[in-house]
Write a new protein. Sequence first.
Length: 92
Amino acid sequence: LEAAAWRAAQAQFLDDAAWCARTYGSDAPDRARLRAAAVTGLNVPPSQFQLHLQFLLPPLVPAHLQLYRQGRHFTKHRFLPLDYVLAALDAL
């Protein structure tokens, strides 16, 4: 699941030179570091009645921080990191 999200992020964003220049400037971070820093998880119960993976690449913008501070993004007891979900499924 994470690998598919990473491939999509590369194909739709990171392979786009114009997007990278707008987002990261002339000093784009190493892709391995970006992948390691991605915020990846699921909301439970799901948003819009569908379970979907959230895969956010840095940099997170100030709006993300504001939503987090308001309890509306990465919500405690609702946002489940993908690593946690996969470990729980493996334990079944």
